[in-house]
Write a protein that binds this ligand. Structure first.
Ligand SMILES: C[S@@+](CC[C@H](N)C(=O)[O-])C[C@H]1O[C@@H](n2cnc3c(N)ncnc32)[C@H](O)[C@@H]1O
Length: 504
């Protein structure tokens, strides 16, 4: 059965699934979504991306529990997926209303009273250029403004499905959190919230994720084609594979919690500005942000770490003088704590980890010492000057420059995102962001450091970052600058004098 199907964790099988966007929805989630979609008495259920049929199977079951029979409708582009649907409990008769058809570019006429889907999650850089161009043109026509090119296929699926939703109809979509965290999100939700009613949003605690082992943070959107309302039910599912989600949907999405399911009522404007995937933001958290006291920049992108990022021993073997090397840190894993001191670099060297960044300036190759010249020639033989990032540099071996940041931010990884005090004067590669305080005297730095490592500040990272599976978050430089400090963090870290002197 689809929900019990184990996803291949790596390798070609996983890659093939990813290319087609095929991740099956477990029954406990599909049934809850369908319970909402059918809850107003619809006589049919439409799934634009049928796959192995999780929603249509749920439709048969939930409709029977409601004492009705419904027509099953759908589209799917992969005939093999439909064969799987037959093997997982749907008869040919059940599937008679499913068409082998591209839902996005060749949609059925509609409109539909009930739509449920887990659309293919195919990120923008994997979309064929002609598909992307057509999808963008469709979206721009529908929402009357261009949609940012970083929207994946699932975003266009949602828009197409909303377009085909009947008046009074209901739609339930399970989507990755980038739907409300991506750069395209504000335009998308501004349009949706003006034309539809967002009845509820369901998020999942990492322990309750419907897609274990898949690196996305899923969110369910329950939307009806009714006049908008100023508030939305916002739920967090704490227990996986439980009946509470379906019970909640069947009982009309009441704004009360039950075991395994926390539910709150949220002001829609607040929920949209905070981000629908994020927990409600209280007023106390608005106000001071990192940008008031510091700036953020990404770490150095070398374009070829194996060439530019060396162990001290290798640099010595190559005879590269120290003046062309900078102490550097590459992986977040190489920094176990929240301070980088000289002894850490020594420890990494002892483990054979690189700690020296080849930092050549833009002078002609012949102006470097002989040893450096021959290493540059080695790079040419390796074809480095043609590599994507490097090809844009003049000359190709010139390294990006960064002032040593007093604080680093480790922004992605299974381990919690964290701020790291840079006592070893290293420059970081792209696993980190550089944080440059506006005032760098020791006292101000200490105070800022205390504020950054305050538990409420670390919690607030989820307000500005993009969330992935298992609770991991990724925060880009501009987003980090929006990181809010709580009043508690400001007062406990003693930031007030710093704020006064900066005129904040
Ligand atoms: C994430 S799976 C979901 C399947 C199923 N509804 C479920 O939740 O278990 C998405 C499905 O969409 C199909 N698909 C991809 N592009 C499509 C398109 N343009 N039109 C219709 N189906 C498409 C894929 O083959 C895949 O089976």
């Amino acid at each position: 059965m689809a929900s019990r199907r184990k996803l291949p964790s790596s390798g070609p099988a996983r890659e093939a699934l990813r290319a087609k966007g095929q991740f099956w929805t477990p029954d406990w989630v599909a049934e809850a979504m369908v319970a909402y979609a059918l809850g107003h008495g619809a006589q049919s259920l439409f799934d634009p991306a049928v796959g192995a049929g999780a929603f249509l199977r749920a439709g048969v079951k939930v409709a029977a529990e409601m004492g009705r029979r419904i027509r099953l409708l759908g589209t799917e582009i992969d005939p093999d997926a439909l064969l799987q649907a037959e093997q997982t409990g749907l008869s040919q008769k059940d599937l008679a209303g499913v068409q082998l058809r591209d839902f996005l570019l060749d949609p059925p006429p509609g409109p539909f009273p009930a739509i449920a889907a887990n659309p293919p999650y195919i990120r923008h850089h994997r979309l064929a250029p002609d598909v992307k161009a057509k999808a963008k043109a469709f979206a721009a026509r529908l929402i009357q403004r261009p949609i940012d090119g970083r929207a994946g296929l699932h975003i266009y699926f949602l828009l197409r499905a909303l377009e085909l939703l009947q008046h009074g109809g209901r739609l339930a979509f399970i989507m990755p959190a980038d739907t409300c965290e991506g750069v395209f999100a504000p335009a998308l939700w501004e349009w949706i919230s003006r034309h539809y009613r967002l009845d509820a949003v369901v998020t999942f605690d990492p322990a309750a994720t419907p897609f274990p082992g898949v690196d996305t943070n899923p969110v369910i959107f329950l939307i009806s084609k009714e006049p908008p309302r100023p508030s939305v039910a916002w739920a967090r599912c704490l227990a996986g594979d439980s009946a509470s989600l379906k019970r909640w949907a069947l009982s009309g999405l009441p704004r009360v919690s039950s075991p395994g399911l926390e539910v709150v009522s949220r002001d829609l404007a607040e929920a949209l500005s905070t981000g629908l995937s994020r927990t409600p933001q209280h007023d106390g958290q608005r106000g001071l942000a990192l940008a008031d006291v510091a700036t953020a920049l990404r770490g150095i992108a070398t374009g070829a770490n194996q060439f530019f990022f060396l162990t001290a021993r290798r640099a010595a073997e190559l005879g590269i003088p120290e003046e062309f090397l900078r102490p550097a840190i590459g992986r977040t894993r190489d920094v176990p704590g929240d301070v980088i001191a000289d002894d850490l670099l020594q420890k990494l060297e002892a483990q054979g980890r690189p700690t020296r960044l080849l930092s050549l300036d833009g002078r002609p190759a012949r102006a470097f010492p002989k040893t450096v010249q021959s290493y540059i020639e080695q790079g040419v033989r390796m074809g480095l000057p043609e590599r994507p990032l490097i090809a844009g540099r003049r000359p190709w071996y010139r390294m990006e420059s960064r002032r040593v940041p007093p604080i680093l931010f480790a922004y992605l990884g299974r381990r919690n995102a964290r701020f790291v005090l840079n006592k070893a004067g290293v420059v970081p590669l792209t696993g980190f962001l550089c944080v440059y305080p506006r005032q760098e005297d020791a006292e101000s730095l200490q105070r800022l450091w205390r504020a950054l490592t305050h538990p409420t500040t670390l919690r607030n990272l989820s307000l500005v970052g993009k969330s992935y599976g298992s609770g991991a978050i990724k925060v880009e430089p501009r987003a980090l600058e929006r990181l809010p400090f709580s009043l508690e963090a400001v007062s406990e870290a003693g930031l007030q004098p710093l704020l006064l002197s900066l005129g904040v």
